[in-house]
Design a protein around this ligand. Structure first.
Ligand SMILES: Cc1ncc(CO)c(N)n1
Length: 233
């Protein structure tokens, strides 16, 4: 079994929980509370800014231009394409996207961002990519399942969201095969103990994906601290 297959097999139970989550079921059925949508977009804007910076760290640890090109393309994707699903949620909630770009960072976002930064600071390329992969992996799995179940109807207000993430699985884009291919290539360099650490990093990101939906659905904020709003990001 390839190491990447081992990762997705181990992540499957968490993916199942994500798919069952009321936020994801709300996307499937076309109904979500406005507060959940706006909380999600405010936090995801913050999260994706961190994600761009972690891609920059992956470029720093890349040995070839082919690897650099994979990450560079993804930075462009976040900056210029991944604004569309955010706009979809904002349109449904009836709020301006710009009004959600300075939200205070919630605890789950802090934890997930710091988990990726930790891999960037202390890990090798494989640790960084393993911490990042559950982000595209779980979204593509969700979107593909919803398409398969025929949930992206014209009546579903979240059709643009579903279609967007289902399409990033396009064979021409091939982001996930590239990420998993890179993980399998790098995995050759490490012993079993080290790969178990990488697997744990991957699984923690899977769990934080679940928590990201949960955090937005229940608007889980700091209990006692009143964090500052984010400056321009
Ligand atoms: C938290 C999170 N995970 C995955 C994606 C998909 O890129 C996203 N936008 N946000």
């Amino acid at each position: 079994m390839k190491f990447s297959e081992e990762l997705t097999a181990a992540g499957q139970p968490i993916l199942n929980e994500i798919i069952q989550h009321p936020f994801v079921q709300g996307i499937a059925e076309g109904h979500l509370p406005r507060a959940a949508l706006t909380f999600y977009v405010g936090q995801d804007f913050n999260y994706l800014n961190a994600f761009i910076k972690v891609y920059a760290a992956a470029i720093q640890k890349s040995q070839t231009r082919a690897d650099m090109a994979i990450f560079a393309k993804q930075i462009d994707f976040i900056l210029n394409s991944e604004i569309h699903p955010h706009h979809n949620f904002c349109n449904v909630a009836g709020v301006a996207y710009e009004s959600l770009q300075h939200e205070a960072q919630a605890p789950g976002t802090y934890l997930y961002n710091e988990h990726m930064y930790h891999a960037a600071r202390t890990g090798d390329l494989i640790d960084i990519v393993a911490a990042m992969t559950p982000c595209p992996w779980t979204y593509v799995e969700i979107a593909n399942l919803l398409v398969k179940e025929g949930k992206n109807t014209d009546q579903n207000v979240f059709k643009p969201w579903i279609d967007f993430y289902a399409n990033i699985d396009d064979p021409d884009e091939s982001l996930l095969p590239q990420f998993f291919g890179l993980i399998d290539r790098e995995a050759e360099k490490y012993d079993r103990h080290r790969l178990d650490q990488v697997k744990e990093e991957f699984l923690k990101s899977c769990e934080m994906e679940w928590d990201f939906w949960d955090q937005a659905y229940y608007q889980k904020r700091w209990q006692f601290v009143k964090p500052l709003k984010q400056a321009n990001q």
